[in-house]
Design a protein around this ligand. Structure first.
Ligand code: C5P
Length: 216
């Protein structure tokens, strides 16, 4: 996936009005938007196509899909039919559940991102011990796209070493959760930034500052 300026906006706002304001403000710098449960539950799945059509952006649906294969398949089908370019899928549920999403993605000519490990402190209890196995499973399944944390650079590096240099890693946790853009981009292809931008009093300049910082 081509991500302009290597930055993805996590648009975790709860109204379309605010979503449009923020997406519009950053549109010179960011063309890939992650839509998750806050916006999709508040405004419906059509929030995906509305943003996509208005800003010609790519949409990654962060639904952290984690169900049995049959249900995963339905979730992925609905998400792709709503216009998402990619969906984020949990790996801990196992190969069959992940494969169901991959089959949906293939059928719709869309992409799957495999979530290996999360960025928050609580992830160290259960997910971190499994993360390397999850990444290995992704490689065995032929998955190209991964999500790994910006808050734990050594973990991000470990995941990169497992999935290889040709894999595409996106990394959340930059800014509000404490991760830094430049060290994250040493190992990830793109950084995901949410609150630092959408809670900023000037999202446009904040996005510009982040992008300018990458170019230094
Ligand atoms: O506001 P902030 O920049 O912390 O947003 C990070 C985004 O990335 C949120 O949408 C969060 O749900 C998501 N995310 C994460 N850690 C993961 C996977 C997704 O923080 N491992």
């Amino acid at each position: 996936m081509e991500v302009k300026n290597r930055i993805i906006l996590a648009l975790d706002v709860k109204t379309m009005e605010r979503a449009f304001e923020v997406a519009d403000a950053v549109s010179d710098y960011i063309n890939t938007i992650k839509v998750g449960y806050p916006l999709a539950l508040a405004e419906g799945l059509e929030s995906i196509s509305m943003i996509k059509e208005e800003f010609s952006s790519k949409i990654i649906a962060d639904f952290k899909v984690a169900d049995i294969p049959e249900t995963n398949r339905k979730i992925a089908d609905l998400t792709f039919e709503a216009g998402a370019d990619a969906i984020i899928v949990h790996g801990f549920v196992g190969a069959d559940s992940v494969t169901a999403c991959m089959e949906s993605a293939d059928e719709h000519d869309k992409e799957v991102f495999l979530l290996t490990e999360m960025s928050h402190p609580g992830a160290s209890a259960f997910l971190q011990p499994a993360a390397e196995h999850i990444a290995e499973m992704g490689v065995e399944l032929g998955i190209k796209n991964y999500v790994a944390p910006a808050t734990k650079i050594n973990r991000l590096e470990t995941i990169r070493n497992i999935v290889g240099k040709n894999a595409f890693i996106i990394s959340p946790g930059v800014g509000a959760q404490g991760g830094e853009t430049s060290s994250t981009l040493d190992f990830a292809d793109a950084a995901i930034v949410g609150r630092s931008i959408y809670l900023s009093h000037d999202p446009k300049n904040t996005a510009k500052g982040i992008v300018d910082g990458i170019k230094l």
